[in-house]
Write a protein that binds this ligand. Structure first.
Ligand code: HEC
Ligand code: HEC
Length: 316
């Protein structure tokens, strides 16, 4: 048993954040402290299609490392073939994001968000609505999973249920840290440097700070009451929220296209033009050079976030 005061539990003895100077560790819920065994379990679960109705879809099916944990598609259908509604966002630095997703102020923690793809019905993604007990049964059949849950959740006697599954996945997601771009290293060429100056003037009000998002909901352009996706309005019902979406982070943005909440912007040019901002000729070219300097290839290629080769000493 730990004798640490409660407030320190989230800081987790034995867990080290590897962050550049000036980046503070993300908030961690006190009831889900970081722990290596938990992260390893969450990593395996993130790649496990047993969390879906017919065993064909894992988190990683839509959130692919090589796309900065987005995917290359406009939208991605779920297990029943129902079309996706929104573009798959990358997951770089999600540990610091709240609220989560494109337009839902109620999605405040990674732990809660796990239920959206697994159990959600609008749209159906992994298709497990009403079948939480099946997840526990499937995982519980595997002796290695039982061992991993026991190590990850000693305080719950290794209980396997949606709560511990979500906590482990959230723990893994908090390790999807990306601060290794050319911009972080101060390695911008002349075009990207000009782009950064334009960016500071025209973009950084919303794409703010080291994560390039203010995490607020904005309306860009005129309201369209016939648009199939009304954004924030769908959650709040307030007329003023029609067409508002959360500012996306721009880290790894060149890897996570197509862009926009519905994937309808097919190029970075188009994504920038859609904002309706007045830019001088040439400024967009420089802005794109700057945005590309926010790519972190080492993040996309990090073996520690890929499907593990082994679990409990055996090949997976
Ligand atoms: C069928 C594709 C699909 C699958 C499978 C999927 N996701 Fe997603 N994910 C999405 C889409 C689409 C969104 C944006 C949803 C929205 O904004 O309404 C999203 C959003 C997210 C976000 C919010 C990111 C942010 O920037 O706020 C997180 C975190 C996330 N998913 C984690 C997961 C986890 C964990 C799993 C597995 C349990 C998973 N996803 C499975 C498509 C998928
Ligand atoms: C008023 C706030 C605001 C300003 C200013 C702003 N953006 Fe955005 N940006 C957003 C929002 C909100 C979205 C998401 C729109 C959507 O999906 O409907 C977005 C989306 C984007 C995207 C697409 C990202 C993706 O993953 O889909 C890019 C690229 C982008 N912005 C770049 C820029 C650049 C470059 C500038 C400056 C020229 C800029 N933005 C200025 C709020 C802003």
């Amino acid at each position: 048993m730990s004798l640490l005061p409660l407030a320190l539990v989230g800081a987790a003895p034995g867990w080290e954040w590897h962050l550049p100077p000036g980046v503070a560790p993300p908030p961690v819920p006190a009831d889900n402290p970081m722990r290596a065994a938990k992260v390893e379990l969450g990593r395996r679960l993130f790649y496990d299609a047993d969390l879906s109705l017919d065993g064909t879809m894992a988190c990683a099916t839509c959130h692919e490392a090589r796309h900065g944990f987005g995917d290359g598609n406009t939208t991605h259908p779920g297990v029943t073939g129902e079309a996706g509604r929104r573009n798959v966002p990358g997951l770089a630095n999600v540990a610091w994001f709240s609220p989560l997703t494109h337009a839902d102020p109620g999605q405040t923690t990674l732990e809660r968000q796990v239920a959206v793809p697994v159990m959600g019905t609008h749209p159906v993604e992994m298709g497990m609505a009403g079948r939480a007990d099946q997840i526990a049964q499937r995982l519980g059949r595997d002796g290695c999973y039982r061992r991993m849950f026991a190590e990850a959740f000693p305080e719950n006697d290794g209980r396997i249920d949606l709560d511990t599954v979500a906590k482990a996945i959230a723990g893994f997601e908090r390790t999807l840290v990306s601060y290794g771009s050319a911009w972080d290293h101060g390695a911008l060429d002349a075009g990207a440097q000009r782009g950064e100056r334009t960016f500071r003037r025209a973009c950084a009000g919303c794409h703010a700070g080291v994560r390039f998002t203010d995490l607020r909901f904005h309306l860009l352009g005129p309201v369209d009451v016939s648009a199939p996706d009304q954004g924030l309005y769908e959650k709040t019902g307030r007329a003023d929220d029609r067409g508002r979406f959360r500012t996306p982070s721009l880290r790894n943005v060149a890897m996570t296209g197509p862009w926009w909440h519905d994937g309808s912007a097919k190029s970075l040019d188009e994504a920038i033009a859609r904002h309706g901002l007045a830019l001088r000729p040439g400024e967009t070219v420089d802005l794109i050079a700057f945005l590309k300097a926010l790519d972190d290839p080492a993040f996309a290629a990090n073996p520690a976030t890929r499907l593990p080769d082994t679990a409990c000493g055996k090949a997976l």
